[in-house]
Design a binder for this molecule. Sequence first.
Ligand SMILES: Cc1ncc(COP(=O)(O)O)c(C=O)c1O
Ligand SMILES: [Zn+2]
Length: 390
Amino acid sequence: MFSYLSHLECTQCGKTCPCDRLIKVSPCCGKVLFARYDLAKMRKEVDRDALASRPPNMWRYSELLPVNDPANVITLGEGGTPLLVAKRLGESLGMGHLFIKEEGLNPTGTFKARGIAAAVSKAVELGAKGFTMPSAGNAAGAAATYCARAGTELKVFMPKDAPDANKKECVLSGSELNLVDGLINDAGRQAVAVAEEQDLFDLSTLKEPYRAEGKKTMGLEIAQQLGWKMPDAIIYPTGGGTGIIGMHKGFKELLELGWVEGKPPKFFAVQASGCQPVVKAFDEGKESSELWENATTLADGLRVPHPFADYLILQSLRETGGTALAVEDDEMVDGMHELASKEGVIACPEGAATLVGLKRLIKEGQIEPGMSVILLNTGSGYKYLHLIKG
Ligand SMILES: Cc1ncc(COP(=O)(O)O)c(C=O)c1O
Ligand SMILES: [Zn+2]
């Protein structure tokens, strides 16, 4: 058996719906739909140790991914990224178990490849002929390459000041690039309107069920790389929140399968001081966020002023005992220097933000020296070399 996908479930009210057709948000509440799997059956039939001999990419977790027929998988070899022991950095911070999950090694240089591979593969399996995609930058670059590989049409909607590398990924891969005078939420409105007009499938994050499934594999991989153990904490640069939401879901599935023991890691969301809707909502004890006006940060991936799945991000932080914090742009650039000079990791500013966050969390006593902690570097610094002087 390839996938144990069984149905979809509304994250607001729990109502279920079938997974045999293209669908976006829940018909009942207009909220995020989660993919659900027959975990009881899988627990009886699948041995976790059998996974080790499969090719080291994210499709080694196919039973927990939505694609039914292996022939429908559209892949560029995403996933299977290293979990690096950060020995020198850890020593300088008094941390004995510090790791960097190096997502910069994915196709198109970011973790976005995982979510897009899952979503495009599943949508094509269900009959999608073409796509629209609003993106802060990296997700569009990933979508452009996967749609090229699938041979399907893609119309991208991206803020006009998005990184050059992302625009060029779209141009190179033959997708239609529409530059929007505004931010990701403005791009999102245009993408949805064009999708409706032209019978295309819109890939906005968490407004379809499967990008989160691809991102979930970061968590599955971390657990496997730690010898089927969950870390104590994951520090994650949070924009739309798909990574936190996906990984948290993945850890819960592993627990239900009996593949790991204990409790999911504490999730710490790092945002930019110029765009921190999740931090504000967390601090105010709210269940959802408000639009962050005039969002600015050099970390384009964190420039998400009003995440659609804010309520799920906040639930993950609170349920696991984590928190949310904001860091400055210049601190991120300093973090890029430190990650590269101490560990040889050329990180994106978003990834570097997690190091800044770690230092703050250590100072505040929220992270203690004995904890196993993962810094999630979501992308390669090669797309951001313009930020480095010299
Ligand atoms: C490099 C990078 N890091 C982090 C993020 C935020 O990711 P998420 O939507 O999972 O919160 C993005 C999203 O654009 C990104 O491009
Ligand atoms: Zn509902």
